[in-house]
Design a protein around this ligand. Structure first.
Ligand code: SF4
Length: 440
């Protein structure tokens, strides 16, 4: 088949598993496809091609992705060969050629590092030959219309090689995207109505260290905040080493940079952290939090922790719980340790049984919930800016304050405002992580 850009090609539906970083990758692939003549479909069962963008950083995520793949393989259109199934993302990167034998229903595989080739992969599947001059542009941010919040990826890969983590093997070595590319993405998202940009990556705090000339996350955040003063900027996943005085100052000096620090500490016991191939100790982490609070007393603090890491004794777990009590986090994400093939931690001989890991993780979650809900309740009576996001299925208007990151921290229910507005609201009530506000 020969193709010119005036024609419309096949329809493509995406099913995206995993985290926001994968959502961004799907958006990138979707944009490339649309710019190359493909149509997007919201209905996987009716689409000509279904791309399952998989997540595989832990076994549970892999199993969910396999389930999604098998569901698509069961579609009549796929089973009878009318539609094609393509498996993209982390699973092809992690399992390589082995996967092709395991999933014969799939017509194509696109690993993370080949996602920019998605058009040629689909063209090959459909036997399309393009006329010369069908150029592509660098893909940008979220495609969704009326989206008041957009994720923008600022780098990919990771060089830290935490002992339990598969990401460096799946996503490859760390590399920053250029400031120019990031500005293009933000510009595009803002042009589509975004009032909040959430910067994400596996290791956001390292941004700019590999660029020439070198730059820093603090510099990037300041430049973005100055360029778009009416847009909120938020950054997620800053490793402890990435919290510099320069970054804290940049947050403090800009009202439109959310005073929100998402720092994945993972544990507090020094021996466990060392075994994880991570630096620091609970004491050092508490000092870091104090340093942030000294500059920005109202800063929102979020972390991620792992319970049941190999060799974690009951005393070590108690130390982790005590750390959570002392730190005063606003939000805590807790994961039970997952033993992943190919990682150093999976070879340690002091693995903890599944039941005990789940028990510790739930205990830690319960502790964090009980502490954080009190902090959230302390916001009652405060008057704060809230970004109006839209309506819940039951028609309730909701937004998010700067202390609430999308998808993880709950929302603020409102009595007025239009999606995309930043309104001022007084918090009247809270329920666990949700807040309720009245417009001032
Ligand atoms: S910093 Fe994060 S992504 Fe990188 S190896 Fe450690 S846990 Fe994995």
């Amino acid at each position: 088949m020969e193709y010119s850009t005036a024609e419309e090609l096949a329809s493509v539906a995406f099913i995206t598993m995993g985290c926001a970083k994968n959502e961004v990758d799907s958006e990138h692939m979707a944009r490339r496809l649309v710019q190359s003549g493909y149509a997007l479909s919201d209905d996987p069962e009716a689409a000509d091609i279904v791309i399952v963008n998989t997540c595989s950083f832990i076994q549970a995520a892999t199993e969910e992705s396999i389930e999604a793949i098998l569901q698509v393989a069961d579609f009549d259109s796929v089973a009878n060969g009318e539609s094609k199934l393509v498996v993209a993302g982390c699973m092809p990167a992690r399992y390589g050629a082995e996967l092709e034998g395991e999933i014969p229903e799939a017509s194509g595989f696109v690993a993370c590092d080949r996602e920019s080739d998605i058009v040629s992969v689909l063209d090959d599947l459909l036997g399309i030959e393009r006329l010369s001059g069908d150029g592509l542009v660098i893909p940008i941010a979220d495609l969704k219309d009326n989206c008041v919040s957009a994720y923008v990826k600022i780098s990919d890969g990771c060089d830290r090689f935490c002992a339990y983590c598969t990401i460096p093997y799946i996503r490859g070595r760390y590399h920053s995207f250029s400031q120019h590319e990031i500005f293009d993405e933000v510009n595009h998202a803002v042009g589509r109505g975004a009032r909040e940009i959430v910067l994400i990556a596996q290791d956001t705090g390292r941004w700019g260290s590999d660029l020439s000339p070198r730059s820093s996350l603090a510099q990037l955040m300041s430049d973005l905040a100055d360029e778009w003063p009416d847009v909120w900027f938020r950054v997620m996943y800053i490793q402890p080493e990435g919290i510099t005085d320069e970054l804290i100052s940049a947050v403090k000096e800009h009202d439109n940079i959310c005073s929100y620090f998402d720092i994945p500490f993972q544990h507090a016991n020094e021996r466990i952290l060392k075994s994880m191939n991570r630096k620091g100790s609970g004491t050092q982490f508490l000092d870091l939090l104090a340093r942030i609070r000294k500059q920005i007393p109202s800063a929102t603090l979020r972390t991620t922790l792992i319970a049941g890491y190999p060799g974690e004794t009951e005393e070590d777990f108690d130390e982790l719980c005590a750390f959570v009590e002392d730190a005063g986090f606003d939000y805590v994400g807790v994961f039970a340790y997952s033993q992943e093939d190919g990682t150093k931690a999976s070879l340690l001989d002091c693995q903890i049984d599944e039941e005990e890991k789940a028990y510790r993780a739930q205990n830690l979650r319960d502790l964090a919930d009980s502490l954080s809900s009190v902090r959230v309740a302390d916001r009652v009576g405060s008057t704060i800016p809230v970004l109006v996001c839209g309506f819940e299925e039951d028609g309730q208007l909701y937004g998010r304050a700067q202390c609430q990151a999308p998808d993880v921290d709950g929302v603020t229910y409102l009595d007025g405002g239009n999606p995309g507005d930043i309104v001022t609201a007084t918090i009247d009530d809270t329920l666990l992580y949700e807040m309720e506000g009245t417009m001032s």
